[in-house]
Design a protein around this ligand. Sequence first.
Ligand code: NAP
Length: 252
Amino acid sequence: MPAEGDPGHLLILGGTTEARRLAEALERTPLRVTTSLAGRVGAPVLPPGGTRIGGFGGVEGLAAWVTAHRVTHLVDATHPFAERMSFHAARAAELTGVPLLALRRPGWVPGPGDDWTFVESLDAAAALLPERGRRVFLTTGRMGLHRFAHLTEPWFLVRSVDPPAGERPPCLEVLLARGPFGLADERELLARHRIDVLVTKDSGGDATAPKLVAAREAGIAVLVVRRPPVPEGVPEADSVEAALARLTGFRA
Ligand code: NAP
């Protein structure tokens, strides 16, 4: 708990649109906010408030930072596929006694007309790809591209914020772009590249959902990589608004 008269210091583990929106909403409160980014993106869009960039050095490093900077509230607003950081946050919260809230957007749910296959991992998606299509739109991020590097057959359109480095499939085109992406553009992209299968993580949220609508309209198969597990017992909010309501006294 913060000392009397001290509004408190909230550390947001970020890297998502929701993390940025939460920092923006908290600007209107007395709470001091620091957002932490991993530093994966070359030129990140920085939120208001304080920011720090780069890993903490594991659980102990995070716990030490929380203590040294008198953090009073911890919010895990990392991406649903940032599985290590969510576990580190849970453990650091235990070690320091600082309350933790996880801001997790709901996953996507298929609707009528969708041709989705859920898979457990990028490797499982790669194993299924050759039988699913010849022209792949791969939207799972540049970090996992090596998982598809052995596939010589399908052609890949890879979309990422920064250029991919390291191993990659031989037949590919890279499209550098940062969301959100609109439906008209997604329709045009799928048609122009004659895409017949889309691969996505179950990231959830609105910013990248239009590709799923465009795929449904065009009758394109979608491989959806399931989310990794999250630490047990961490209170959750499924939206920025819900997170604000949980951070008692700091409603928008
Ligand atoms: P990860 O596997 O869970 O984390 C790997 C390491 O990166 C962590 O152990 C930590 O290093 C550092 N790290 C992660 N998030 C951090 C943060 N917010 N602030 C400071 N250090 C952080 O995560 P990842 O999948 O590599 O993702 C990295 C970042 O990109 C996350 O912040 C996430 O929100 C964002 N992101 C990820 C994806 C995705 O698909 N994975 C998609 C969009 C955005 P230390 O152990 O040294 O502290």
